[in-house]
Design a protein around this ligand. Structure first.
Ligand code: BGC
Length: 268
């Protein structure tokens, strides 16, 4: 395969002070892109990721923003434009879980998850699309006017009892992604999602640090291992590159086969 370069391109990755977002920010930097590292609560970690990316010889800044707040998102984009002069890749990655059975779920738990996971995606997508359309295509940089990548989940298709707010946010994200991809493809803006399965990050730490829960989780993964953030980082680089120029409005699952309904392998 041709080695991928994103040289001359600038990216924003939301929620990139840790986990999947961090791996994506580092992978984009390694591929030659300038990267805005966004964090909400973890300033020190965010600054460190930006420093690590700068050490790769590209530009990087860390910016605090709550993606569920319109002003924060707009200021973050303004900072990216001020620093990099352009925006080519936006990875809307920030996501949270506030788990509870339906009967006990508070409105606050519901709202927090929808606000960050779904409204955050909307706010980032809207501004990204405005900038991509304004910027237009420069074929010396990329065949597309811009690339938008959402961090979805296997739970955009797999129902998840005890996590209905999260599953609703990701299911909603799927049709949001597809609808705007239909709108934006004629403007040469590519919109896609990545649907990670169980990736070892702080969001599911409780599960992979406990042996019994880990064994149970592994039964759901035909490929027999829990994913690493880097597994997702590599796919994001490819999806953001011209190698994926004909990929529009789809979700790429990075899940070791979790979406294959493994319980049916010897049942049903
Ligand atoms: C969730 C994780 C979970 C994985 C597989 C992800 O979207 O954030 O907590 O382990 O899906 O169920």
């Amino acid at each position: 395969m041709t080695s991928i370069t994103l040289k001359g391109q600038a990216a924003i990755v939301t929620g990139s002070s840790s986990g999947i977002g961090k791996a994506i920010a580092l992978a984009l930097g390694k591929a030659g892109a300038d990267v805005l590292v966004n964090y909400h609560g973890h300033a020190e970690e965010g600054e460190q990721v930006a420093e690590d990316i700068r050490a790769m010889g590209v530009k990087s800044i860390a910016i605090k923003a709550d993606v569920s707040k319109e002003n924060d998102v707009n200021e973050m984009f303004d900072q990216a434009l001020k620093t990099f002069g352009r925006i080519d890749i936006v990875v809307s990655n920030s996501g949270i879980q506030k788990d509870s059975p339906l009967v006990d779920m508070t409105l606050d738990q519901w709202n927090q998850v929808i606000n960050v996971n779904l409204t955050g995606a909307f706010l980032c997508a809207r501004r990204a699309a405005q900038e991509f359309r304004r910027q237009g295509i420069d074929t010396s940089i990329s065949k597309a006017a811009g690339k938008l990548i959402f961090m979805s989940s296997v739970h955009e298709v797999i129902p998840w009892g005890g996590h209905c707010n999260y599953a609703a946010s990701k299911g909603g994200m799927m049709l949001f992604m597809k609808s705007i991809s239909q709108e934006l493809a004629p403007h040469k803006i590519r919109v896609n999602s990545i649907g990670p399965g169980a990736i070892q990050t702080s969001i599911n730490k409780e599960v992979w640090t406990d042996n019994e829960s880990k064994e149970k989780l592994l039964e759901l993964i035909p490929y027999g291992r829990i994913g690493l953030p880097e597994d997702v980082g590599k796919v994001a680089v490819w999806l953001a590159s011209d190698e994926a120029d004909y990929v529009n409005g789809t979700t790429i699952f990075v899940d070791g086969g979790m979406t294959l309904y493994p319980e049916f392998a010897d049942n049903g």
